[in-house]
Design a protein around this ligand. Structure first.
Ligand code: FES
Ligand code: FES
Length: 166
């Protein structure tokens, strides 16, 4: 199939790539850009392993055409660290053992980042609803929820410190 030039913006960097019009965003990220953090699980919009953010909204890269994302801001798990440091949710996952095999973790991180961006004080129900599209086959959900709650606290404390600065 004939390739076409597309322009993407991924983790803050402009990218111009020659891709087949039918190429999926997940394949462009993993094969063309070597950003292998986003994982292919079900390949059918069911598990959330491939979750990235497109213009800040969690989207499933396994069923999204790369060409449909032109001029949009794509963020992958490789792009969520803040000023060279782990984001609060990444650190909390490590502290609380939120990842077991880790295959689902990038998708969870991307979904939680969005949740915390739109709601600084989510209730348990909100967290569960937000994560309903992300599945973990290792099933240690309790550590994940502990990690997410720790990240919420860390983000709140960070905001309070920032607000208290003269
Ligand atoms: S790999 Fe995309 S939702 Fe499962
Ligand atoms: S940690 Fe193994 S699938 Fe989630």
């Amino acid at each position: 199939m004939k390739k076409e030039l597309i322009q993407l913006r991924v983790n803050g960097r402009a990218q111009e790539l020659a891709v087949e019009p039918s190429k999926l965003l997940l394949d462009v990220l993993r094969e063309d850009l070597r950003l292998t953090g986003s994982k292919r699980g079900c390949d059918a919009s069911s598990c959330g392993d491939c979750t990235v953010q497109v213009d800040g909204i969690p989207m499933l890269a396994c069923t999204l055409l790369a060409a449909s994302c032109q001029e949009q801001e794509i963020t992958t798990v490789e792009g969520v660290s803040e000023h060279g440091s782990l984001a609060a949710i990444q650190k909390a996952y490590g502290d609380w053992g939120g990842a077991q095999c880790g295959f689902c973790t990038p998708g969870f991180i991307m979904t939680v980042k969005h949740l915390l961006a739109v709601d600084q004080n989510p209730r348990e129900d909100d967290i569960r609803a937000a994560l309903s599209g992300n599945l973990c086959r290792c099933t240690g959900y309790s550590q994940m929820y502990q990690a997410i709650k720790a990240a919420i606290q860390a983000e709140k404390q960070g905001m309070e410190k920032a607000e208290a600065k003269p």
